[in-house]
Design a protein around this ligand. Structure first.
Ligand code: DUC
Ligand code: ZN
Length: 498
């Protein structure tokens, strides 16, 4: 019998396509064989893991995390560094994250921003990582750098914002970005909220002395998201169907518009996040200032909206379920949520509450416990589609022998943990809270394996991987649904002439 460095025996393997009891054999950093359950238990030379009937899946890929960014979303600064954020990621079953390299508005170059992000991440990560460029200033320099991003740098996606003073682009600027991105085959991620209307509403609410966290949800009205989503889709269509991905979609009208564009054959993709599936706007109305723990943008909506988003995850409207992890400490008046509290505003001013929630570690366990997706679809939206969308497939997000990295998450057998309440002290981020405190869960990643190495062993030391083992991933162009192969070359006018 051949021998293998690592064998995971007696698991139920789940990919985006299949569910089957089988053993997984690993040599070096790769999966090399899938074989009938129990057949490889004697073939491990270094380590044998008995999955005892638990699920074995490709490691989670969280393609939307904010780590160690400057202050961009109101005041305050990120609680999580690349070190603490990726530590938290592996404890939650993830083997890859894609974070942002933020260009600030006063700077010309996106390559310089990328170099800064590399300097922060290099040698500090527990899991593999890539970067999306964040374009806040589409200067001639920045646009001229796109071919290099897609080529040598391996950064094949970028994000633009339709809101936030520090980041917002006008429609003409978005068009310039989309056209340049199309030419370099970069996927454009869009935060769709109408920033001007939002600022106007915020001023009106403040003029009426409505400052508490719950008014954040009033200012970020659903109509502002659906309007901006519609506009983003129209701009993509204007440029002959240039691919876009709407990030963190929170409400059904936006989802319906996305579905309609998809049905018409437009290359429009979408993401949703756990905060829109498990929180509601009532969470912004927790006593005192506690609602600030759930302030993110867009905000959590209603129970009916949650149900619509689950439907969108099942029916394919949403390709990915990401965390949008963007952690700020709560009880921190210098850099966290409480920077917005003052003697004049004891419940803070919602406009100054840093927007964002911790969630990289809880994304998979929360979605697992919800039991609203078939296992194959769970893998597809939490790993496989992220790999395809962001040019990592099939090295990541799959279990193809000889091809896929041995990036795996092994769950406990059904019922082994019983029901338990989530508490922040179980988590490995540097935030001082989780918005999901007290939620009932019934499973957790038992092992996380990155390129053949166990990096998280819940019962055998917790974090057992090393900081710096996580590698930077150069990404290829997106391959989800062959988006660049099928992109229309002919538009209503000659794009090459623009
Ligand atoms: N929304 C958040 O809540 N945080 C970070 C960025 C964003 O768009
Ligand atoms: Zn966003």
């Amino acid at each position: 019998m051949d021998s293998y460095d690592l064998v995971i025996a007696n698991g139920v393997c789940v990919t985006a396509a299949d569910v089957a009891p089988c053993d997984v054999a690993v040599k070096g950093e790769k999966i090399v064989l899938l074989a009938p359950s129990g057949s490889l238990a004697g073939a491990a030379t270094k380590r044998l893991i008995d999955a005892e009937g638990g699920y074995v899946m490709p490691g989670g890929i969280d393609c939307h995390v904010h780590l160690e960014e400057p202050s961009l979303f109101g005041q305050g600064s990120s609680a999580d560094s690349f070190e603490s954020g990726t530590r938290s990621a592996v404890a939650g079953g993830n083997t890859t994250v894609v974070a942002f390299a933020p260009q600030q508005k006063h700077l010309d170059s996106v390559l310089a921003a990328l170099a800064d992000a590399h300097a922060l991440a290099r040698g500090n990560c527990y899991c593999d990582y890539g970067f999306h460029t964040l374009v806040a200033n589409p200067s001639p320099t920045a646009l001229s750098e796109f071919p290099r991003l897609a080529g040598g740098e391996g950064v094949t996606s970028l994000k633009v914002y339709m809101t936030y003073a520090a980041l917002q682009l006008r429609d003409d600027e978005i068009l310039s970005v989309l056209l340049a991105a199309r030419r370099s085959r970069l996927l454009t991620m869009i935060h769709a909220e109408n920033g001007d209307a939002l600022a106007w509403l915020t001023d009106r609410l403040e003029a009426a002395h409505l400052f508490a966290p719950r008014y954040h949800a009033h200012a970020h009205a659903p109509a502002l998201e659906s309007e901006a989503t519609h506009r983003a889709i129209a701009l993509s269509a204007l440029l002959a169907g240039t691919p876009i991905l709407l990030v963190h979609v929170s409400e059904p009208a936006a989802a319906r518009r996305i579905r309609e564009a998809q049905a018409a054959g437009q290359p429009v993709f979408a993401e949703t996040c756990p905060q829109y599936l498990f929180l509601t706007r009532d969470d912004l109305d927790r006593p005192g200032f506690e609602g600030a723990k759930c302030v993110c943008a867009p905000p959590p909506r209603t129970r009916a909206d949650q149900a619509a988003l689950w439907r969108g995850l099942r029916d394919g409207t949403f390709a990915v379920l990401s965390s949008d992890h963007c952690a700020f400490r709560y009880d921190d008046a210098a850099a966290g949520k409480k920077t917005s509290v003052s003697p004049a505003h004891p419940v803070g001013r919602f406009r100054h509450i840093p927007n964002g929630l911790p969630g990289v570690e809880t994304r998979l366990p929360l979605a697992f416990a919800a039991r609203k997706l078939p296992p194959t679809r769970f893998v597809e939206v939490s790993s496989t589609n992220a790999a395809k969308l962001y040019g990592l497939y099939p090295r990541k997000g799959s279990m193809i022998p000889g091809v896929s990295d041995a990036d795996l998450v092994v769950w406990y057998p059904a019922g082994a943990l019983g029901e338990f309440a989530l508490t922040n002290d179980m988590l490995h981020h540097d935030a001082d809270y989780t918005p999901y405190e007290g939620r009932t869960l019934d499973n957790w990643p038992r092992y996380t394996i990155l390129r053949g190495q166990v990096v998280w062993d819940r019962d055998g030391g917790g974090i057992v991987g090393e900081k710096g083992f996580g590698k930077f991933l150069k990404r290829e162009r997106s391959s989800l649904h062959g988006i660049w192969e099928t992109v229309e070359e002919e538009g209503p006018f000659d794009l090459e002439a623009l």
